[in-house]
Design a protein around this ligand. Structure first.
Ligand SMILES: [Zn+2]
Length: 429
């Protein structure tokens, strides 16, 4: 099937004489009653060649719940019906997808977007042979501390728009470039204006101000800084790595965060083997992120717990590092998410489709698995069940591809295939 022209045709609203019987049929076909049903227009997106629902009870019965020749109805900010287009309900508006694919919006569950400055020179040097080390973060810390609130907010907004154009409808983002009480709290305050998925990462590296006294920095991160940051954050994170925080420090930081009502996620096993993954599973972290260097015991722990393994191939790409082995994790039964790790140092991409392509090409994932991991997997890594799927009751976050199916995201790497983005039921791209 040939993809249609860019931009779907949007028909005029249906006349007011819409048959009451078809409206009744629509409400019967749904399992939810939208809160604003009396005043909110409904929209049917139809003529979808291939619809990814991420509900295995639908369509082909695969984890993607793939429906061919599909339609999806949205009302307000929710999906109200998904199925065969020949059985679609009547709606106020209609969008012709032109025989293209529709998938859930990407859930980018790992980014670092509150920063200032640029690390072009570091990247250029690294691509000339210098290895990456965690210390590069200090460059961004200095620039971020020097920036105004307005500069940080403008930078964040810029990258959010960039990500939205590429299909990201939910994103998590972290502090970690302030490393003082005031700078960490303001980073989270700025982030919280744009997303509910805000992560306190005062333990990104030991602040340069405490280079000779890391124990005192851990005390700050678990004390005054935590108190100042907790009101703005849902999550607490720690970079558990040689050169950052060891297992004991990471445990103290995450445990302190839990006591303040924050839920853990962990930068684990990125640059070397270490205790991060085991600690994440033990503390019921929502996600262990990176998972590049895993022992068999680490893989077993991830497969047996509910901690998601979040893989961030932009980091390996941008540091010419060894790829995480997604195939090994999937074969063991672990839940895998794919995210960008967008940050100015080690992975300066906001493109989930790029990560999908890398995961398929270099990490042993099938196109189906990679798209699931970038949508439903990301939702699982944020412990969310209202996003990452396109079934009645889910948030109407969805992407119209300029391609007949989701497979093209990996098949046509680097091509901007996201041609339409609906977020909370509103078309934004
Ligand atoms: Zn990260």
């Amino acid at each position: 099937m040939t993809p249609g022209r860019p931009g779907p045709a949007v028909s005029a609203p249906a006349p007011d004489t819409a048959d009451q019987a078809t409206k009744d049929a629509m409400s019967n076909a749904t399992t939810v009653s939208p809160a604003h049903s009396a005043s909110t227009a409904s929209t049917l997106i139809t003529n979808i060649a291939s619809l990814v629902t991420n509900d295995p009870s639908l369509g082909d019965g695969s984890p993607l719940g793939l429906i061919q020749d599909a339609a999806i109805a949205i009302e307000g900010d929710r999906v109200v019906w998904t199925g065969d287009q020949s059985k679609a309900p009547a709606t106020d508006n209609r969008v012709d997808a032109g025989g293209r694919g529709v998938i859930p919006g990407f859930v980018d569950s790992h980014s670092h977007l509150v920063f200032a400055g640029d690390r072009t020179q570091e990247f250029n040097a690294r691509m000339s042979g210098r290895p990456y080390s965690a210390g590069g973060i200090r460059t961004t810390v200095a620039a971020t501390r020097a920036a105004s609130d307005g500069e940080l907010a403008a930078n964040l907004t810029r990258y959010l728009h960039e990500a939205l154009r590429q299909g990201t409808t939910t994103f998590e983002t972290k502090s970690g470039y302030g490393l003082t009480v005031e700078d960490e709290a303001r980073a989270l305050r700025i982030a919280a204006a744009h997303t509910d998925e805000v992560t306190y990462l005062g333990a990104h590296i030991v602040s340069p101000d405490f280079a000779d006294d890391p124990a005192s920095y851990v005390a700050l991160v678990t004390g005054e800084m935590l108190d100042a940051c907790a009101p703005y954050a849902r999550w607490i994170d720690v970079f558990c790595e040689k050169g950052a925080f060891d297992g004991d420090q990471a445990r103290a930081i995450l445990t302190a965060g839990k006591a303040k009502g924050l839920h853990p996620r962990v930068h684990a096993n990125q640059l070397s083997y270490g205790p991060g993954v085991q600690l994440a599973v033990e503390l019921d972290a929502a996600s262990a992120d990176h998972c590049t260097h895993l022992t068999d015991a680490d893989v077993d722990a991830l497969a047996s717990g509910r901690t998601v393994a979040t893989l961030l191939p932009g980091a390996e790409f941008s540091t010419r590092a060894e790829w995480p082995d997604a195939r090994r994790l999937l074969d063991a039964g672990a839940t895998v998410a794919l995210s960008t790790d967008c940050n100015p140092g080690s992975s300066f991409t906001s493109s989930v489709p790029f990560c999908v392509a890398l995961a398929v090409r270099d990490m042993g994932m099938t196109p189906d698995e990679a798209v699931w991991s970038a949508t439903a997997g990301g939702a699982a890594a944020l412990r969310r069940d209202d996003i990452g799927r396109l079934t009645p009751g889910a948030r109407a976050d969805l992407l119209l591809l300029d391609a007949p199916s989701h497979v093209h995201l990996a098949y046509r790497p680097g091509v901007p295939l996201v041609s339409g983005v609906w977020r909370r039921g509103v078309r934004e791209v």
